[in-house]
Design a protein around this ligand. Structure first.
Ligand code: GLU
Length: 453
């Protein structure tokens, strides 16, 4: 059977770097096994889901280098969910409940006060037809719960029921179904919570592996039971640790923190974001991988650690710089042109080692074409006047800087920083930057003359 995975975001906000970890894990897993990647929008919550968010998520994935083989929307598959729900109802596994959220909360508080686990008592399952009719006559609408298979025929006497699976990240896992409330699958307004649609989709779309965050481990116990109730084998599961910032704070789609869009707008390379998102919290060191194929080589679900994956957003700049320093001209040619930079490969190779982001090349292009604000300290004025007179004749080449500074040194007796820094500041307006040997030919004789007093 072809390996098939899915990334299933709810389009209720922009995806952040933590969500991209899940997307990339699925993508790399599919790539490594020549499988298929489905982008599935879990948009059954019509109040909060928005088409703009779905479009933005697809664009963010594209930017990261993920091109789904198939895109699905749960909102267009409701009939399949209705069929599955009917099947469960016919089997007596889906029952109507009428408690309001307040009533449920009161019951939970009472259970906690008595030292009992706040598990739903299946009161809905005891209702007679007449009682249901009376509640509906009051204007109540039912929500529907799935009866967990945690009993031996009498649902009011539960027994410990372990659902076990071998998790590709966490090893052997089990969840006791007697410790959980029967999950609500259908809301009062008839809309589906994500649980059932997710299973129906995974079955219909031939999903072989479910790779998602560890916040879904308890859901997996429930979902395995529903797969069984629907007569389908459960897929293989992998629950990865979640990315958190250094202070341990989780990322929230709603807060917009570290969204993929904001990282893109900040000028970061998709591969530095992807490298950090994938390699943090694994046994592999966090290194910038220039290509998805390289990242795929470094990626292994079994190397994902059990503890949280903490990262410092600042690390992104360091990774990005390392990628940019090695970036071939062919990879940036178009982007440099879009930034109005016409210096070609010579310029790029001269400046890339000083760029954290590709867009930093603009700083040095400005130095090349000018105008710049030349920095000339009063005490260096005479020195610079002398230097100007000693500028070698002929073409300015990569050799010119060495020849020029030797001549200036011989004439003025200055050396080291006292020799180079005033020249750099006068010619570039900056106290640091690419090698002057490379910059000099790019700046050119006219600019050199104009920038020296
Ligand atoms: N929509 C769910 C989420 O974003 C999907 C979880 C899953 O992959 O099953 O958390």
């Amino acid at each position: 059977m072809m390996t098939t995975v899915r990334f299933a975001p709810s389009p209720t906000g922009h995806i952040h770097i933590g969500n991209s970890r899940t997307a990339l894990f699925n993508w790399l897993f599919a790539k490594k096994s020549d499988g298929k990647f489905i982008l599935r929008f879990d948009d059954t919550d019509t109040e909060r889901s928005r088409a703009e968010y779905a479009d933005a998520i697809a664009a963010d994935l594209q930017w990261l280098g993920i091109t789904p083989d198939r895109i699905e929307r749960q909102s267009s598959r409701v009939e399949s969910y209705d069929t599955a729900a009917q099947k469960l109802k016919d089997a007596g596994l889906l029952y109507a409940c009428y408690e309001t959220p307040d009533e449920l909360e009161r019951r939970r508080s009472r259970a906690r006060a008595l030292g009992r686990p706040p598990v739903y008592d299946r009161a809905g399952l005891k209702l007679t037809d007449d009682e249901r009719a009376a509640l509906e006559a009051e204007g109540r609408r039912p929500h529907w719960r799935f009866v967990l298979p945690n009993h031996d025929g009498d649902p009011f006497t539960t027994r410990r029921t372990e659902v076990s699976w071998t998790d590709l990240c966490r090893g052997d896992q089990s969840v006791d179904l007697a410790s959980l409330s029967d999950p609500v699958l259908i809301r009062e307004d008839g809309s589906y919570l994500y649980t059932l649609p997710s299973i129906v989709d995974d079955i219909d779309m031939g999903v072989t592996h479910v790779i998602r965050g560890e916040d879904h481990v308890a859901n997996t116990g429930v979902q395995v039971a529903i797969f069984e109730a629907l007569g389908a084998p459960a897929p293989v599961f992998a629950h990865h640790n979640l990315l958190t910032t250094r202070d341990g704070e989780g990322l929230s789609k709603r807060k917009g923190a570290l969204s993929i869009g904001s990282l893109r707008d900040a000028g970061l390379e998709p591969m530095s974001v992807a490298s950090l998102a994938v390699l943090t919290g694994t046994s592999h060191s966090v290194e910038p991988m220039a290509e998805m194929a390289k990242l795929a080589e470094a990626f292994d679900l079994a190397s994902v650690s059990r503890s949280s994956a903490k990262f410092d957003p600042e690390e992104l700049n360091g990774l990005n710089a390392r990628l940019v320093h090695e970036m071939p001209f062919a990879d940036v040619e178009g982007r440099l042109a879009n930034l109005g930079i016409a210096g070609g490969e010579t310029f790029w190779l001269a400046v890339r080692g000083n760029c954290v982001k590709v867009s930093d090349a603009q700083i040095y292009w400005q130095v090349v074409v000018g105008p710049i604000e030349s920095l000339v300290e009063d005490e260096d004025r005479d020195f610079l006047v002398t230097a100007s007179k000693l500028l070698p004749e002929g073409d300015i080449t990569q050799d010119s800087w060495g020849a020029w500074t030797s001549a200036v040194k011989a004439e003025t007796g200055r050396k080291g920083k006292g020799l180079f820094m005033p020249l750099r500041k006068a010619l570039t307006g900056l106290g640091h930057g690419p090698d002057m040997k490379d910059m000099l030919p790019l700046i050119g004789r006219q600019n050199i003359r104009d920038r020296l007093p």
